[in-house]
Design a protein around this ligand. Structure first.
Ligand SMILES: C[S@@+](CC[C@H](N)C(=O)[O-])C[C@H]1O[C@@H](n2cnc3c(N)ncnc32)[C@H](O)[C@@H]1O
Length: 332
């Protein structure tokens, strides 16, 4: 996640290391390579191997540096984590799979990506391997669709008003980043002095453009399939929607309850995961002092108790209402 210190900062790094215990060696998958913070620390332990993924091709530069040093123990793929299964890894002994969601400091500072409301020029927000940009979303989708995106992905209270104003504005002019920020500032009646007026709409657009909800759900399901028995699945989230999904997924596969009545009975252990800590791990006071932007980070993890490759989950049904909103992008 973004750092307010002028460098990339890997959030909850020590906590991740103490959970996945790379000192015992083994193969790990870093689903969100970013600037390689987690990967580098794991590779410092001998007998470890890392397969790293990132949807942003610009991470390849950092990956190549690591490859120079650790070419026999490190592989990088420019892929989305929803494509984890394409790696065909199910026979490997995968001891840990980690997700550090969201965007990196490098990405938010990259003006071309337009992830920040401080960017200028065309709206974009694509992290990599996308189908459309925020420019398409803002300038082409109907007001009712924009309203849903802002409301559900940004929890923006004035979603309807902002959506209507956008549609009115764009009859005369294509909106760019500055226009959108200005329009939101002028539209919002309720000022929040803790966050910028445009924060929620920008978060919503980023989630929508990058299909972050379906990515996360598919990523968790794929990771659970390929993780070995006794392997750890660890996820760092940065907003409440992400945390809700991760919490539900791990909890639903760790309880002795029958899943959705729509899902047929299956022969999997009723609890595939063991959750060690119910409450998420949050950054320490020391970390918050060094990187205040880590304040919204939450780390949840669980241990896979069986070697099941096939299992049933109702996670897609549970969050279908959010996936349906992401699918509005098919209109573009
Ligand atoms: C917070 S950064 C990771 C930082 C990393 N842990 C480190 O220490 O350098 C998140 C990274 O995840 C990548 N990412 C986000 N969604 C992704 C997805 N669906 N598939 C693959 N990579 C993704 C972003 O491009 C970004 O580089």
């Amino acid at each position: 996640m973004v750092s307010d210190v002028p460098k990339h900062y890997s959030v909850l790094l020590n906590e991740i290391i103490s959970i996945i215990t790379p000192q015992h060696g083994g193969t790990f998958i870093d689903c969100t390579f970013g600037q390689g913070g987690y990967t580098k620390r794991i590779l410092n332990f001998s007998n470890t191997n890392i397969i790293a993924l990132d949807r942003d091709i610009e991470c390849k530069k950092k990956a190549d540096e690591i490859l120079d040093k650790f070419n026999d123990r490190f592989t990088f793929k420019n892929k989305k984590f929803s494509q984890l299964e394409d790696l065909k890894l199910k026979d490997n002994n995968i001891r840990g799979i980690i997700f550090d969601l969201g965007y990196s400091y490098t990405q938010i500072k990259d003006k071309k990506k337009g992830l920040s409301f401080n960017s200028i020029g065309d709206l974009n927000m694509q992290m990599g391997l996308n189908d459309f940009s925020a420019k398409d979303v803002i300038n082409k989708l109907q007001a009712k669709d924009l309203e849903k995106i802002f409301k559900y992905f940004g929890e923006e209270k004035e979603a309807k008003k902002i959506a209507n104003h956008i549609v009115r504005y764009r009859k005369h002019k294509i909106l760019n980043t500055e226009n959108l920020v200005e329009l939101i500032e002028k539209t919002k009646r309720q000022k929040n002095f803790k966050i910028h007026s445009a924060t929620k709409v920008f978060q919503a657009l980023r989630i929508f453009v990058n299909k972050e909800i379906s990515e996360l759900i598919s990523g968790l399901v794929c990771a659970t399939k390929i993780l070995s028995k006794d392997g750890v699945l660890a996820v760092v989230t940065f907003h409440s929607l992400e945390d809700k999904i991760v919490k539900y997924f791990l909890k639903s596969l760790s309880e002795n309850k029958s899943i959705s009545r729509y899902v047929p009975k299956i022969d999997q252990p009723s609890s595939l995961f063991k959750i060690i800590k119910k409450k998420p791990i949050k950054p320490s006071t020391k970390e918050l002092k060094e990187n205040f932007s880590s304040r919204s980070a939450k780390l949840r993890y669980a241990i896979k108790k069986d070697s099941f490759y096939k299992f049933k989950t109702d996670i897609f049904e549970k969050f279908q209402y959010l996936i349906d909103i992401e699918n509005l992008g098919n209109k573009l």
